[in-house]
Design a protein around this ligand. Structure first.
Ligand code: COA
Ligand code: ZN
Length: 322
């Protein structure tokens, strides 16, 4: 949330990068078996211990659409929110905004897709109908003092329609800015972003809506999620979403798979000299806990390999003999 941009491009080494954990929302929403609420809370709290301060902890959506997140209020009430944290939740409509305000989030992530077909699949209405409803949503949130990130799903391509023009993304971003959003989050719902499309979308928004913060949300469906982050950094973007263990995916998009993995992203950023404020070892502990709770191997790589300078006992590795 509240993505900010540095004046210089690319982002200089040593700069603060915001890593927003979205596993408890984007990650859990696609899980078929209900994760007990207390386990969700335990994972969220372990992520706080690792130093994550920006987190999308749930969605206030229809419990029939996403039964996994029907416990949104209980999750919000049960977590140990650290001082200075930015706790957000996804909302699709006014009912979601009312629930989010009632539950005391710091900010919301509204959702509209850049492609018509995905917007209908996801929220059962046209793009213009979604945007039209946001007048009342924004008025409520502003009067309640709740921050707003304007989410734009399928921003780099749609699994049903194919190419999404950067001008379409910039058009929605401009509307969000006019409504009063301070930043937009570009969602790569099914991992169709590439360095080229990321550069084009970021530049189109900067041209159309100057001053609007940009956050990037990649899925690793085609294995280039972290390459897209590098392009974002070259373009001066300082806010990235990621999911613990590489969980994630939209239940209403074909071929959706996990977000870029938080540990892998933090590893890359920390090793590149950026300041994330996140402890990689503690994050691996949180990822391991998540894997245990879900009972299957997660896609994250650094949680398996460990930090770069992890040392192994030579006595435990076989020696080649010719
Ligand atoms: N929270 C809880 N319940 C909600 C709700 C919300 N934010 N919005 C609507 N509902 C309820 C209504 O009260 C109504 O309940 P009822 O039938 O018991 O009276 C029911 O859902 C239908 O409401 P309606 O406004 O007609 O919604 P819809 O059927 O057109 O569905 C959405 C629209 C947006 C509610 C639904 O598509 C949705 O929740 N989508 C979320 C998708 C998502 O999370 N995607 C992943 C993230 S990208
Ligand atoms: Zn996503």
């Amino acid at each position: 949330m509240a993505a900010t941009e540095t004046d210089k491009h690319p982002v200089p080494e040593g700069a603060r990068i915001t890593v927003c954990e979205v596993g408890p929302r984007d990650g859990f929403q696609i899980e078929a078996s209900f994760i007990p609420t207390e386990k969700k809370i335990e994972i969220i709290n372990a992520l706080f211990v690792a130093g994550l301060r920006h987190m999308q902890v749930t969605s206030f959506v229809s419990p029939r659409a996403v039964p996994q997140l029907a416990d949104a209020e209980t999750v919000l009430a049960g977590i140990d929110r650290p001082e200075g944290s930015m706790i957000t939740a996804l909302i699709p409509n006014l009912r979601g905004a009312e629930r989010a305000v009632g539950a005391g989030v710091d900010a919301v992530h509204t959702v509209v897709s850049a492609s018509e077909t995905h917007n209908v699949k996801n929220v059962n209405r046209s793009i213009d109908a979604s945007l039209g409803d946001f007048d009342a949503v924004f008025a409520l949130l502003k009067s309640a003092g709740v921050g707003i990130e304007g989410g734009i799903a399928t921003a780099f391509g749609c699994p049903f329609e194919g190419i999404v023009p950067p001008e379409q993304v910039a058009r929605i971003a401009k509307i969000y800015q006019q409504l009063g959003a301070t930043s937009v989050g570009l969602g790569d719902t099914t991992g169709m972003a590439t360095p080229t499309t990321v550069r084009a979308a970021v530049r189109a928004i900067r041209a159309e809506a100057p001053g609007l913060g940009i956050g990037l949300h990649f899925h690793n469906t085609r294995g280039v999620g972290l390459a897209c982050v590098m392009t974002g950094l070259e373009e001066g973007v300082t806010h990235y979403d990621a999911s613990v263990g590489g969980l994630g995916g939209c239940p209403f998009a074909a071929s959706a798979t996990g977000n870029i993995c938080t540990e892998d992203l933090v590893y890359l950023l920390n090793e590149s000299g950026y300041n994330t404020g996140i402890d990689l070892d503690a994050l691996i502990t949180a990822a391991t806990l998540t894997q245990e709770v879900l009972g299957r191997e997660l896609p994250g790589q650094v949680m398996k390999s460990g930090p770069r300078l992890r040392r192994f006992d030579p006595g435990l590795t076989e020696r080649a003999a010719g």
